[in-house]
Design a protein around this ligand. Sequence first.
Ligand code: ASP
Ligand code: MG
Length: 409
Amino acid sequence: MALLVQKFGGTSVGTVERIKAIAEKVKRFRDQGDDVVVVVSAMSGETNRLISLAHEIQDQPEAREYDVLVSTGEQVTIALLSMALESLGCSARSYTGSQIAITTDDAHSKARIQKIETENIRKDLDAGRVVVVAGFQGVTEKGAITTLGRGGSDTTAVALAAALEADECQIYTDVDGVYTTDPRVVEGARRLDKITFEEMLEMASLGSKVLQIRSVEFAGKYNVRLRVLHSFQEGPGTLITIDEEDEMEQPMVSGIAFNRDEAKLTIKGVPDIPGVASRILGPVSAANIEVDMIVQNVSEDRTTDFTFTVHRNDFQRAQEVVAQIVEELGAREHDGDNKIAKVSIVGVGMRSHAGVATRMFEALAKEGINIQIISTSEIKVSVIIAEKYLELAVRALHSAFELDQLPAA
Ligand code: ASP
Ligand code: MG
């Protein structure tokens, strides 16, 4: 007998048939004696539909009313799932975020959870009921409805699991776990049995969109045992945990992440004097453009070349800002490239293994792939390469670090 929080995403509750299938699944856990709190998203496409309705009326929808509107999708699915459970003879009760009292700050559309009332949930569980909670939403102390940001139902689930001290938070979705890399790019990509929170954060922030990043941070902070599983296939999924094992025992690299949405800008011949970095990046961040990698090197003529990367959507605007800066600083020229991609190897094991980066660079060199920028952190090495080589690079690295699935015997 365990206390489980189970979260089902939009595609898993996308039709009435699927909602019925989810109800049967939840009932099986209940029949086994587990206490179950279910968190659901809105039916797939519904949140987008609501957002576009708002935009038909206001370019910048009223923040308070936006949340009143977009939170309704989840109210539909909690009621339908509870009905489906009841019709199977499984006693259930639905709650919106404000009925539970999931208290958040008042940052509409990106609110943060501050407190969760668990008393009523416990009473229902003790009475043998399944508790069905609307994901993605909360309420301010003053009673205004808030939402937690796109994909926020994951965070609701993790926060509930933390507050209830659940045995496990299970995120059911349309993939059967976290993979060594995107299986659409590498046929031999493998499902990982286990990944650490740190690795998952790196993988997620680099574009593996299995979980909302904030939910992983939350789970790591409160040490919630988190598992990603397929909604409609049996299997163990991937467990996301703290790093319990000896690092020497871990594979050097757990996964290859990549991101196509990159662009780089270079300013050449920048005077090599204190303050230039902030004079370049100040206006960039003032224009609300997020900078990812930054590289600077001094040449013998006492000038520097300064390169940074941004999201591809911001490329045009960043170029305009940079043109202005070149003039102000008396730099020589600038150029840019939005046909680049970032590829990263991620693994806590690399902390205790030398030569990981070298092996990466060798594998890329063997394929004739030129590296434009390198950056490293404790558990990650990232490179920028030409976008046209992205898939080749990911495949080469996947086999260089022996991540490929063994052919069936
Ligand atoms: N329905 C919300 C969204 O589409 C929350 C979620 O699905 O997690 O972003
Ligand atoms: Mg989602």
